[in-house]
Design a protein around this ligand. Structure first.
Ligand code: ACM
Ligand code: ZN
Length: 764
């Protein structure tokens, strides 16, 4: 007997040498790997206390997942050679969703305070197993895990209005959410282009509001509004039966569904169904794309029957969805129709409201009262702050973090979902070669580096940040594969942000673990993006030298580059250390994986060498904190901006740009230039004029020249270098004053100050 035991122990020790690293995402609070493996076989039983009835369904789902990868059904609550024990107990420190998992060669135990914790433990366990059916031995490394989430709200949103996705995709989305221990699915069921939830009392919402004229052959933003007589045949909706089934499906996976019933704007689909809900009460078809001209998109805020309608709709919604939260939208309301509507104006007068912002607030508060009376809570997009926040509202901060910060300081709960970096409808790579997206770049690393608690909040205020969420708007997304592509792997990155302790976050480790998940996506036929293969180009200008660092998010990729204007190839320079730029060049660079160039176009950046490189710049008026380019010395970093509002522009709002360069010593110079951008639609205009001055002591300046702008302010897009050349002079300081312009007549900001965007002060 004794001999046998020693033999087994030594066998375990041997196995331990071959032990695989585990790649659980999100990274658990604590993982202690131990020698040995657990081997899962058909002789492994699942055991739980049948009195813990909550666990019955959990076990059934777990067993189904095991069948998929092993082909065998694990016996439940029988004595077998090894076991997986699930047990709900009273445990300190791990909270409502945490779990303790202990894996030894004899068995696995998962203990938690709740069913949710057990489900989360099972998700970790499943990530240690193969993704698909296999005949290999199912070895799970021995380890002890203690794990619990950092935030209690860990959400993923999906817009099913702009394009409708059937129940199968919704379940797949919920499976993916659950597999990364996210716990909220925010279902955006209502918007201008389609009403997607059956409401028994108002059948036209789905018989009319769920269908639009098919214009999928046209770009979203430039679709003409459908004409009367055209057949609305494109769309779909969920019946209440389907919704009930999906809610139950999600609940079994510890995912709560928060339904969003948009109001008072973004409801052209409801108005197409029931025109009397709008201010104009005119007939219209559901919108086909992003063109709103002439269409009603708001409910009338002065009409009491609108509130009866909404209360009836919300009653059905509340009866369906058990979620504590009901999302009521509140974003992007164009108040113009309310300004022109006698009913809305009468409401403003009778309620003693100041303006249409307060009318919106009145609208939300009235709905809030109704929802609260039904023992639920509202969430609204951050516009609900305008005109006064409803007393119990939770704010979803999407236009950056400012709304979230303001609400948290007012002691309101907040969910962070800022466009940068958690709008997953934005590009994650390219953009050349990527499926068309709505614009902007939110890469995998941007998401991974996101911190949901803004530095502006103190510890007490930070408690109001319940968590974060990524949003997937689907104007440009029409298929399940495309949905997968936009969330994989950015969702796992966000999952780690909202689950793992901040100090456990480690990009290198995440990227290594992700490689196993990529393999699993490939095996399961899920479409995913490998990360941002577009090389990131970071210049550092110091002491007159210009060095450029190149990096890619792709694990194990190499980087090639050229500086002679040619496209990089497999034979181009390999990047090994920062590249020194000694002359004015165009640098082009690509990442290489498995011997292939990634992406269809190399990243590119032009550099200009000059005598001001790396010198310190100070500003009399501050640079916008949103357009800081590389920081204060962006105007002397040798980096030229492209003809678009990109990252290498320094922005100055409403005031003149007055920049002073300190050359460090008196130098002989003979020309100075300032590079500027005009982008009419973004309120960016070339300065009226640029004055160039020089000084040897920093106090007494001599004007060299004031160069006027000769390009029309109505030009949509222009890039121009204001330049002065002069007989050589000695200078230690250079002062450049660019005079701000105002938006011209006919511009949407007519008479208001514009922006100056500058990229470089070039000194020769
Ligand atoms: C939003 O993106 N309009 C909430
Ligand atoms: Zn009205």
């Amino acid at each position: 007997m004794k001999i046998k035991l020693i033999f087994i122990l030594s066998l375990t020790a041997t196995i331990c040498i071959a032990q695989r690293p585990v790649s659980i995402i999100p990274q658990p609070v604590s993982v202690q790997q131990q020698p040995g493996n657990f081997i899962l076989t058909g002789n492994t039983a699942i055991q739980y206390n049948p009195q813990q009835k909550d666990l019955k369904k959990v076990v059934d789902i777990f067993n189904l997942q095991i069948i998929n990868i092993t082909g065998f059904v694990l016996p439940v609550n029988t004595i077998k050679t090894t076991s997986i024990q699930l047990s709900i107990e009273k445990l300190a420190t791990i909270g409502d969703e945490g779990y303790n998992m202990n894996i030894t060669s004899k068995g696995i135990t998962i203990k938690a305070n709740t069913r949710a914790g057990i489900i989360n433990g099972i998700q970790s366990l499943l990530q240690t197993l193969p993704a698909i059916r296999t005949n290999v031995t199912l070895e799970i490394p021995c380890m002890r895990i203690t794990d619990y989430p950092r935030f209690k709200y860990r959400g993923m949103h999906l817009d099913v209005s702009r394009h409708f996705f059937g129940p199968e995709l919704i379940k797949e989305y919920i499976d993916l959410i659950a597999s990364y221990k996210m716990n909220v699915f925010h279902w955006h069921l209502v918007d201008d282009q389609g009403w997607r939830i059956e409401i028994k009392k108002y059948p036209k919402l789905t018989s009319i509001g769920a269908w639009r004229v098919d214009q999928n052959d046209k770009i979203w933003a430039s679709r003409p509004q459908a004409k009367p007589g055209e057949k609305p045949i494109y769309g779909g909706y969920y019946t209440q039966e389907q919704i009930k089934e999906i809610i139950a499906y999600a609940a079994q996976r510890n995912v709560t569904i928060v339904p969003e019933i948009e109001l008072p704007g973004h409801v052209a689909s409801a108005i197409a169904s029931y025109p009397q809900l709008s201010c104009t009460q005119q007939l219209q078809l559901p919108l086909t794309g992003g063109n709103y001209t002439g269409m009603s998109s708001n409910y009338c805020a002065g009409n009491d029957s609108v509130f009866s309608f909404l209360e009836n709709v919300l009653t059905e919604v509340i009866n369906l969805f058990p979620s504590q939260y009901i999302h009521i939208g509140g974003d992007e309301v164009d108040k113009t129709p309310w300004k022109k509507c006698t009913k809305c104006q009468a409401r403003i007068k009778n309620e003693g409201l100041k303006n249409e912002e307060e009318l919106q607030s009145y609208f939300i508060k009235r709905i809030e009262k109704f929802v609260t009376a039904k023992k639920r809570k509202i969430i609204g997009w951050d516009e609900i702050l305008e005109g006064g926040l409803a007393p119990t509202a939770t704010v979803m901060s999407w236009r950056g973090e400012a709304g979230g910060i303001e609400a948290a300081k007012m002691k309101h709960d907040v969910i962070m979902t800022p466009g940068k970096p958690v709008y997953f409808d934005h590009y994650q790579a390219g953009p050349e070669g990527e499926p068309i997206a709505i614009g902007g770049m939110n890469t995998l690393k941007n998401v991974y580096d996101y911190e949901p608690v803004p530095a502006e909040l103190n510890a007490e205020e930070a408690k109001y940040v319940l968590g974060a969420q990524a949003n997937l708007w689907t104007e440009y997304i029409t298929t399940a594969e495309h949905v997968e592509y936009m969330i994989l792997p950015r969702m796992p990155a966000l999952a780690e942000v909202v689950w793992s302790p901040r100090e456990n976050r480690n990009w290198q480790s995440f990227n290594e673990r992700l490689q196993n998940h990529f393999r699993a996506y490939g095996q399961k036929g899920l479409r995913y993006c490998p990360g941002n293969y577009t090389v990131s180009i970071k210049p550092v200008a110091q002491n007159g030298k210009l060095l450029v660092t190149l990096s890619s998010e792709i694990m194990n990729s190499e980087i090639v580059y050229s500086t002679d204007g040619t496209e990089p190839t497999l034979n181009s320079n390999r990047y090994t250390a920062p590249v020194e730029i000694n002359s004015s060049v165009l640098l082009k660079t690509s990442s290489l994986l498995n011997g292939r160039i990634m992406g269809v176009q190399a990243a590119r950046q032009s550099f200009v060498m000059h005598r001001g490189i790396g010198k310190n710049v100070t500003y009399l008026n501050p640079v916008s904190r949103y357009y800081m380019a590389d920081g204060p010395n962006s105007l002397t970093d040798g980096v030229r901006g492209t003809n678009a509002v990109g990252k290498y522009w320094h922005g100055f709002s409403a005031k003149d740009m007055i920049a002073i360069i300190d050359l460090g010593e008196t130098k002989t110079i003979q020309s100075i230039a300032l590079g500027c951008l005009q982008n009419y639609n973004d309120w960016i205009f070339l300065p009226q004029s640029v004055k160039f001055e020089i000084s040897v002591n920093g106090t007494d300046f001599e004007e060299i020249q004031t160069v006027s702008n000769l390009i029309s302010i109505n030009e949509k897009n222009a890039q121009f270098d204001f330049k002065t050349s002069f007989p050589a002079k000695g200078a230690k300081f250079i002062r450049v004053t660019a005079k701000n312009n105002v938006c011209p007549p006919g511009h949407s900001g007519e008479g208001k100050p514009g922006w100056i965007f500058a990229d470089e002060i070039i000194v020769e």
